[in-house]
Structures are given as structure tokens and as C-alpha cells.
Write a protein that binds this ligand. Structure first.
Ligand code: SAJ
Length: 425
């Protein structure tokens, strides 16, 4: 199996680092994306997303001539599909269905350049059955070639699923070091995919079938979601019982077989808050715990907002005649988790927005961004320094446990009115 030219379809948070790491191993890499801006940026040796160390790897890959981006697929020996799989809300039943339209259009467009002997790997996190579906779309587009669903090991094209599992903020290191689960549609498909990943993966490449690989990825993120939901539920219970939940969890975690995660402002990002729904959608009757965990975590920002409202009421009682606009609320952190600039699906961002809608003056302290996102660009929201917020705010909400906040936690402890959603104090 000789994979000299590798094509990565979708140059986002997963596809671009993957393309760059293959290129760093001196493979010819063709990156494909429908976004012309992303393609132009990459071809200049720059990046359109934020991820530590990625700029250096992409710059080297492009300037040394191993990575090139384009909007149209070109022939290659292996194609890795890393496009988004968001969910679609069903307005009637409240279910969340996976949107496979990006996989469909990627398949249809790469099908035109497929040739006998090629490998196609789906990397996008997908509901069980998506790899088989992709194989069908490819077969429909190329009746002149044979595929594993009809010709098994004798097929012209090999197809596999190999889910990405890297942690945002640590992508470049984890891509190389993490183990990979490889699920081929046949054993030969798995072997071909393993040979491709072994070009740069130092972790183990463990082989299974495509459906199990799909479910493994969903299971990993659901497991974390359920664990975080347990911590979030404890935080609500402890507030009612007047117990410090962070002290409680630290105590319980001294048990050798207990490892409770940390409560927070809710679960954000585009993975953990999404993927469990793919399991719920496949097995709505059976996936009771997984659904409830999603609901508990989605409900947490509303609970934090209730705590902020209670502080506002207390302020009004101490300052008769004050209006909402007279109250300054500082929101410490709006990213979806500590020490990154990623605001996508951020519960903290939603809370800051809701506090602004209550009519307060909102001061956002977010050391990882330089300007407020559009959603917060109303008249009553400002991006300020930590010191400014600490001197001016009447109420402080700690929403993300960024490192600079931990270093200045003593200053927050001095303030009278604080909602601490993340255990900073
Ligand atoms: N969070 C808590 N309490 C915790 C841990 C996390 O409230 O104790 C919150 C975070 O603040 C954040 C959310 O959960 O809002 C998710 O953050 P995360 O760091 O747990 O995970 P992600 O979304 O950045 O990345 C996850 C990872 N999956 C697992 O750890 C099982 C990563 O390995 C996956 O590759 C990624 O999803 C993905 O792309 O699917």
C-alpha cells in the first residue's frame, strides 16, 4: 500500500492540523475546502483558526511545498473526510438529528476523482451507519467502480471510519500521540487506513468495524457528558443544602475508585454538547441516561443565571430606587472552556448575553480575545480589563476558570457579591 498523495476534505479544526501533520512527514497533501478565504489563507502559509503551534506546522508545510489547498478535489491515493456534522433541531418532537449534508456533498465532489485502489476515510464524528451511507453515495456517483458494501474484500475502493479525538488547545500533540480507533468496512479497508495513519500516529491504531468505531467516538464524548452532568447536578443540590460542592468533590475524590469531574457554567463546544444526541436519536427509548445528562448540562446556564438574578434582587433591596441600568455586572470569561479563545457554543457567552438582556451594564473580562463577538455588541456591554471590572462591578460572575483569574482569585474573594460557577474561590 503506497500512499504518496493524501487529500484532506474539510480544512477546519481537525482537517487542517491533520493535513499539516501528514505534510510534515513529507507526504504530498492536497487540502480541499469550499471556503475560498480558508484556501487562500492556507496557501499563504497562514491559518484561519486558532490552535496553539498549528501556525508553525502549516507555515512549514506550505513553504516546503508539501501542502497545497484548493476548492476542488484532485486525484490522490487516500481521501480523509473531515467536514462538520452538526445536528438539526426537530421543531416538533425536540429530537436532534445529525445533519449529514456536508458528508454527502464532500462524497459527491471527491467521487469524480476516485480511481481503483483509492482509500476513503470518514473522520467526522457521525451517527452509527454514516460510513455505510457515505459508501452508498460514492457508489451512486461512480457506478464504474466497485465498493466494499457490494464487493467486500475484492472492491476497487477501500472505505473506513477513523474518528478524530483530539482536545482543542492540544490538537497538534494529541494528533500524533493519541491512539486511533480504525473501523474498516472490511479487514482490508482497516489495514489500508491503518497504513495511512501510521505515517504520523505514534499511538496505537486499533482495528474494529465501521459501526463500532462510530459508536466508540460517540461513547467517549457521552461518557464525559454524563460525568460532567453528575458534577453539575451535585452543584445544584449542594447549593440547596448549603454545602461547598468543590470541597465536597475534592473529599469524595480521595476515595481510590471515585473521580468526579468539575461543575461549571454548562457544557460548551461543538462536540460534547452535540455527539450524545446522535445516540439518543438512534435509540430514543433506550438512551435515557444519555438524554438526561444532556438536559442537566443544558439546564446549568439557566441555573447560573438564576443565581445572578438573586444577586441583582439583593442589590435592589440594598439600593432602593436603583434601576437595572445602575448595576454593573462583571462576567469573568466567555470562552467555552478555560484558556482558549473559542466562543462556539459557549454557555458563558450565553449567560453574559442574558445578563445584558436583563438591562444591567455588563463588563466582560476575557483575556483570550481582542474584541467582543457580534452577539455582545449592544450598548450596555464592554470588554474591559480584570482590574477595571474588579473596581467597578457591583456583581461578579465567574464563568470560566482561566489561568489569569486563578492567579488573581484573592482580589475576587474580597468582593461582596460574587456568583462563582466554576469554583474559583
Ligand atoms: N467541562 C466541565 N467540567 C469538567 C470538564 C469539562 O464543565 O470537568 C466543560 C468545559 O468547560 C466545556 C465542555 O465541558 O464547556 C467540554 O470541554 P472538554 O474539555 O471536556 O472537551 P472538548 O469539547 O474540548 O473536547 C472533547 C474531547 N473529548 C473527550 O475528552 C472525551 C476531545 O478529546 C474530543 O476530540 C472532542 O471533544 C471532539 O472533537 O469530539
Amino acid at each position: 500500500m503506497n500512499f504518496e498523495t493524501i487529500s484532506v476534505i474539510g480544512l477546519g479544526y481537525i482537517g487542517l492540523p491533520t493535513a499539516a501533520v501528514f505534510a510534515s512527514r513529507k507526504k504530498k497533501v492536497i487540502g480541499v475546502d469550499v471556503n475560498q478565504h480558508a484556501v487562500d489563507t492556507i496557501n499563504k502559509g497562514e491559518i484561519h483558526i486558532v490552535e496553539p503551534e498549528l501556525d508553525i506546522v502549516v507555515h512549514a508545510a506550505v513553504t516546503e511545498g508539501y501542502l497545497r489547498a484548493t476548492t476542488k478535489p484532485e486525484p490522490a491515493d487516500a481521501f480523509l473526510v473531515a467536514v462538520p456534522t452538526p445536528f438539526i433541531h426537530d421543531a416538533t418532537g425536540g429530537t436532534h438529528k445529525a445533519d449529514l449534508s456536508y458528508i454527502k456533498s464532500a462524497s459527491e465532489s471527491l467521487a469524480s476523482v476516485l480511481k481503483k485502489g483509492d482509500l476513503v476515510v470518514l473522520e467526522s464524528t457521525s451517527p452509527v451507519g454514516a460510513t455505510e451511507q457515505m459508501a452508498q453515495w460514492l457508489a451512486q456517483a461512480r457506478p464504474d467502480l466497485t465498493f466494499p458494501q457490494t464487493h467486500g474484500e475484492a472492491s476497487d475502493i477501500r472505505i473506513a471510519h477513523c474518528p478524530e479525538r483530539v482536545l482543542p488547545g492540544h490538537v497538534v500533540r494529541e494528533l500524533v500521540e493519541n491512539d486511533r480507533v480504525i473501523g474498516g468496512m472490511t479487514p482490508k479497508c482497516s489495514e489500508a487506513a491503518k497504513a495511512v495513519y501510521k505515517i504520523f500516529v505514534q499511538g496505537e491504531c486499533v482495528i474494529t468495524n465501521a459501526r463500532t468505531a462510530e459508536m466508540a467516538k460517540l461513547t467517549e464524548n457521552s461518557s464525559r457528558d454524563v460525568s460532567i452532568a453528575f458534577a453539575n447536578e451535585l452543584s445544584v443540590i449542594c447549593a440547596k443544602l448549603d454545602i461547598n460542592v468543590w470541597e465536597l468533590i475534592a473529599l469524595a475524590n480521595r476515595h481510590p475508585r471515585v473521580n468526579i469531574l468539575q461543575p461549571g457554567a454548562g457544557v460548551g463546544g461543538h462536540c460534547i454538547a452535540v455527539d450524545p444526541w446522535f445516540i439518543v436519536d438512534s435509540c430514543p427509548e433506550e438512551a435515557r441516561l444519555i438524554r438526561t445528562a444532556r438536559e442537566v448540562n443544558d439546564g446549568k446556564p439557566l441555573w447560573v443565571l438564576e443565581q445572578v438574578r438573586a444577586k441583582l434582587e439583593a442589590y435592589h433591596q440594598g439600593h432602593p430606587g436603583a434601576t437595572r441600568a445602575d448595576i454593573t455586572v462583571a462576567c469573568l470569561g466567555i470562552a467555552f472552556k478555560p484558556d482558549i479563545d473559542d466562543l462556539r457554543e459557549s454557555p458563558a457567552l450565553g449567560i453574559a448575553e442574558a445578563v445584558a438582556e436583563l438591562g444591567c451594564q455588563v463588563q466582560v473580562v476575557e483575556p483570550n480575545i481582542e474584541a467582543l463577538p457580534k452577539r455582545l455588541q449592544g450598548g450596555n456591554v464592554a470588554l474591559v480589563s480584570f482590574d477595571e471590572a474588579l473596581t467597578q462591578a457591583d456583581v461578579i460572575c465567574v464563568l470560566v476558570k482561566h489561568k489569569p483569574f486563578i492567579e488573581q482569585a484573592d482580589a475576587v474573594r474580597q468582593k461582596a457579591s460574587v456568583v462563582d460557577a466554576v469554583g474559583l474561590l
